[in-house]
Design a protein around this ligand. Structure first.
Ligand SMILES: Cc1cc2nc3c(=O)[nH]c(=O)nc-3n(C[C@H](O)[C@H](O)[C@H](O)COP(=O)(O)O)c2cc1C
Ligand code: SF4
Length: 505
């Protein structure tokens, strides 16, 4: 009997390791012949630990499983959720990037290949670098790290640059609030990221890659390091990638944990052992990146999506989505929400459907007041904007951003003036200090919001001016985007900025 128990850190945080130990102990005591496989998570975080037992009709799920449930589970008496693939949550998704996550043993290359792994790389090996870049360009894949910049165009710049050495750097800093897709794929399907980085290397003629991973992700670091060793031993990484005669190798590097180190130039400084401050652009990292050499800096999900693009073809991928937002997006649902987790779907789903239908509304049962999409620098979207389709241009048109597609839900007890203050304070704390609008502006911003909170309505105009200055004058998006949460809170929830004044009068 095969039993699957996730090793994902979200599942572990709610007791998956204890459940795995208890199952092994109980099976041993009973003399049962079982095989425990530690898989990644399916992304239904609210059901973790989600244990699956392989049956003739498919993998039957049990969740939330507690240690005390183990005897009943092995007796066949625990109530099941049914076949996991048939659950509405799973059936409603289009899993391309996460096709194997939760299904396979993350560190089994046999499993990986049996589920389509390495097909994309083999296809890429048969192509010219320019051919690979063209395929990725035609897929319409845009950077999933935040800015949504077309991946193929970035790769083309690096391919066209002349240098004795080029690099692929994977941005696994994942600092946005409510996001966990990068961690989830690294823990649940690490070879897809490795495969994506190798394909990127072949495409731009880079022979060395680095994954810049946050120190707060010990499990992801461990799994990625093991996966690199396994891939190297299997001849996937190294001097002769799958016998192609082309070289690509990579290392895992760990950052110390500052939000701004997710910004690509700051990340490169940190990777070089320098302080994580932002570099002015130009020069673009694509031309002068790591150690001054042409470098592709891509997010985990961007790179982890490349294998499926090369496996199924650009047209297949581009067929999903809405307008210029092609393909699928792994949406991470978090905050005050009933069904929190990762939901991969084609772009275009209305925000309201995501919140009310898929996420099931708030956990507190109170009405949803606002949703912040795109991390700490994303706008707060009120219910009146819930018709907005989940796509780059459509969100932009509503003053919002998709970013890394972290969705954090707030109920009606949330004080939006407090949230605006939090955004400013976040910027003040995380600022790298290189430019004045961000370094000084955020500190003055907190003071100004406090004045509004005390009833000084003149300070509202000052806050608006300050936000304009930060937007126009900041060197990077940390200072430049902080006005989004602040101004969206002020514009969409004016009552939260007025009540305190009335109370003071
Ligand atoms: C303050 C700040 C933090 C960022 N944090 C991240 C991050 O944690 N992960 C990420 O992939 N991109 C982050 N970015 C975006 C990167 O600068 C860069 O655009 C991205 O890594 C490019 O990869 P992509 O084209 O695949 O999205 C951040 C940007 C800013 C301004
Ligand atoms: S906006 Fe802030 S984080 Fe970005 S360069 Fe300026 S000071 Fe640094």
């Amino acid at each position: 009997m095969k039993i699957y128990i996730p090793l994902d850190s979200a599942a572990k945080a709610v007791g998956a390791d204890d459940v795995a130990d208890a199952i092994l102990l109980e099976a041993n005591t009973r003399g049962l012949d079982i095989e425990v496989i530690r898989n990644g998570t399916r992304g239904m975080i609210w059901l973790e630990p989600l244990v699956e037992i392989e049956t003739e009709s498919g993998r039957v799920g049990y969740g939330i499983v507690d240690v005390a449930d183990v005897p009943a589970l092995l007796d066949g008496k625990l109530e099941s959720l049914g076949v996991v693939e048939d659950l509405d949550w799973m059936k409603g998704q289009t899993r391309l990037t996460f096709q194997r996550c939760g299904i396979t043993d993350p560190l089994s290359l046999t499993d990986y290949e049996a589920h389509g792994g390495l097909t994309g790389l083999r296809n890429a090996i048969a192509m010219t670098p320019a051919g690979i870049v063209e395929e990725v360009t035609n897929s319409g894949l845009r950077g999933r790290g935040g800015a949504g910049f077309p991946t193929g165009i970035k790769w083309n710049t690096v391919l066209g640059a002349q240098a004795d050495q080029k690099y692929i750097v994977c941005n696994a800093d994942e600092g946005d609030s409510g996001t966990f897709a990068d961690r989830m794929i690294m823990e649940g399907d690490p070879f897809t990221l490795i495969e994506g980085m190798i394909i990127a290397g072949l495409a731009v003629e880079a022979t060395q890659g680095y994954v810049y991973l946050r120190s707060e992700y010990p499990d992801a670091i461990d799994i990625m390091e093991k996966a690199v060793v396994l891939a190297r031993a299997a001849g996937i990484l190294g001097a002769d990638v799958l016998g192609s005669g082309r070289a690509f190798d990579m290392e895992i590097r760990v950052g110390a944990g500052a939000y701004v180190c997710g910004e690509e130039t700051s990340l490169l400084n940190s990777l070089e052992g320098k302080r994580g401050v932002v570099r002015a652009k130009p020069p673009l990292p694509a031309l002068e990146g790591f150690l001054g050499k042409p470098t592709v800096v891509n997010n985990v999900i961007s790179l982890a999506t490349v294998p499926v693009v090369m496996e199924k073809g650009a047209a297949h991928y581009a067929d999903f989505g809405l307008g210029r937002s092609k393909g699928t997006m792994p949406i991470q649902i978090a905050g005050n929400v009933k069904f929190g987790g990762l939901y991969e779907t084609a772009f275009g789903l209305p925000l309201g459907d995501l919140i009310d239908k898929i996420a099931g509304g708030t956990l507190s049962g109170r009405p949803v007041k606002a949703v912040q999409v795109g991390g700490p620098l994303g706008a707060y979207m009120p219910r009146s904007k819930f018709d907005t389709p989940f796509a780059y241009e459509e969100f932009d048109g509503q003053g919002g951003l998709i970013g890394h597609a972290g969705v954090v839900v707030f109920d009606d007890s949330t004080d939006m003036l407090g949230m605006a203050r939090f955004a400013m304070e976040f910027c003040a704390v995380e600022s790298c200090g290189k430019c004045t609008p961000c370094r000084i502006g955020a500190v003055r911003g907190v003071e100004t919001i406090d004045r509004i909170g005390k009833g000084d309505t003149d300070a509202i105009e000052l806050l608006e001016d300050l936000c304009e200055t930060m937007k126009d004058g900041s060197l990077c998006a940390l200072g430049g985007f902080t006005p989004f949460p602040v101004m969206s809170a002020l514009q969409n929830f004016p009552d939260d900025f007025a009540t305190k004044k009335e109370a003071a009068e």
